[in-house]
Design a protein around this ligand. Structure first.
Ligand code: ZN
Length: 343
């Protein structure tokens, strides 16, 4: 992925913060006025407050939300286990032996599932290289498809540096494998969900429109030609989602209403503080689908270590990741799917 305006991570937070502070003050003031202006004089004793608070909390917990259907939660320790196994293959750039081993590993985990492949040879600055998208399909009762995608290839220029891409490539592959566990063998009362193990996300030389997102460009074109694209209701993309200091940014190239829905899902699960503190335009695997009109949301943490220092360096290793982060993003994605089902 690439940030197309490098220093554009906006810090309007200060303004937001002061606005929130003023609102909070105003709220307190109104509360104070409300308390002091009780006309019946029946101010309740302070001792009644805790039980009152307890009751209202119990009521709000048990009262159904507008959409009370709760999505499953992922097994993040199992997902973390996948990251470790994937990283153990070593560097996994397109065209490499390790990449082939990972292809077999993914397919072995999807055994028995409905799997489609999109294989082709890409023209790259390093010559012709094989690219292989793997799509696992889980049918639903509702007409339409939700795509959840993530790339499994690792950085090409760093292929001889020992770079293993634990977060960048590893985390996205692992979360998709765990989603497959959650979706497999269950009746979906909603849209069909297709998991896209995208290949060739990374630039072979340096990031341009033609040297990046090889797999997803090919898939978007192919599905536009054969009519599949019309069935796709939304694309949820996960990239670099394992950082223990999780801070998913709000991507300006994604679809606003879908980003709002992701935030709604995060809020519903109490995870909103890990989402959308910062805003930036991301170039990533979703772009070919965005260009063709598919509502898309790129969930990416592009602050991997202070100032993104671990991104595209041999320091992108498992010790920087946390199962909790996989849990947060995994659960929010599934919750978003469930919210989409209900729309
Ligand atoms: Zn990368």
């Amino acid at each position: 992925m690439w940030l197309n305006v490098r220093n554009n991570i906006s810090n309007s937070n200060l303004n937001q913060l002061s606005a929130r502070f003023v609102l909070a003050l105003l709220g307190l003031l109104l509360l104070a006025i409300g308390c002091s202006s009780t006309t019946d004089g029946a101010r309740k004793p302070a001792t009644a407050l805790p039980s009152e608070a307890g009751t209202s909390a119990a009521i709000s917990r048990s009262s159904p939300l507008p959409d009370s259907r709760i999505a499953p939660t992922i097994n993040s320790l199992r997902a973390m286990g996948y990251v470790k196994e994937i990283v153990a293959f070593g560097p996994r750039p397109i065209g490499s032996k390790n990449h082939q081993r990972l292809e077999e590993y993914i397919l072995a985990h999807l055994k028995g599932d409905d799997v489609e492949e999109d294989r082709f040879v890409a023209d790259t600055p390093a010559g012709k290289l094989p690219v292989r998208n793997i799509i696992a399909k889980y049918p639903g009762t509702k007409d339409g498809v939700i795509l959840i995608a993530g790339h499994y290839d690792t950085n090409y220029p760093l292929r001889d540096t020992g770079y293993v891409g634990a977060n960048d490539g590893g985390s996205s592959t692992a979360i998709l494998l765990e989603f497959a566990n959650q979706l497999r063998g269950k009746k979906r009362d909603g849209y069909s969900v297709w998991l896209v193990f995208a290949d060739g996300e990374e630039a072979v030389k340096s990031w341009t429109d033609t040297d990046s997102v090889y797999g997803m460009r090919h898939l978007a074109e192919r599905w536009q030609k054969d009519g599949t694209l019309k069935k796709i209701k939304a694309l949820l993309l996960a990239d670099m989602i394992g950082d223990q200091d999780l801070d998913i940014l709000r991507d300006q190239n994604s679809t606003a209403w879908l980003e709002d829905l992701v935030f709604q899902a995060a809020t519903k699960l109490g995870y909103q503080s890990h989402f959308f503190e910062k805003t930036a335009p991301m170039e990533d695997d979703h772009i070919p689908f965005v260009k063709l009109g598919v509502p898309s949301a790129d969930l990416i943490d592009f602050e991997y270590g202070y100032g993104n220092v671990f991104w595209h360096t041999p320091q992108d290793t498992v010790d920087k990741l946390s199962p909790k982060s996989l849990q947060i993003v995994g659960d929010v994605i599934l919750q978003t799917v469930w919210l989409l089902d209900a729309r």
